[in-house]
Ligand binder design. Sequence first.
Ligand code: FES
Length: 164
Amino acid sequence: MPVASTNPQSHTATDEQHMPRRKVLAWLTSVGLFGSAVLSAVSNLVFIKPRATYGQPARFAIGKPDDFPSGTRISLDVKRVCIVRDGGRMAAISTTCTHLGCIVGISDTGFACPCHGSRFDQDGTVTGGPAPKPLPWFKLSLAPNGELEVDKGTMVEPGTYLNV
Ligand code: FES
């Protein structure tokens, strides 16, 4: 005749079946907690990391003065600036239209905007169209290595030339 165990520490067949299930649930819980902790850490890092997109630098080199023969007006469309050389003096004039920001082109009389027809004279003064202000002039300087540098962060009075 079988004798029933009175020891509470003894395992029944039902307990044996529940143990693997408990282990699996404990493992799944651990994995879930660990995974959510990792996801939380990653999303915090992504949030903290700045996503600033930096535009073109305000100050850039454009080459040596000899690259710009006297009497030329060269528009650097990517930089949105026109380099003017008149004998031994040079200047940098913005080619961003003061109306709505289109790039103005060089015309016989100065600059012309293809978007809404604003016109500017050789110095960037408005001569027609909806542009409310003249084209700004930027600081042009000579770096120690002999390269010309345009500083679009610094505007100068129209008519301010660099002697080269
Ligand atoms: S953007 Fe140049 S005239 Fe409008």
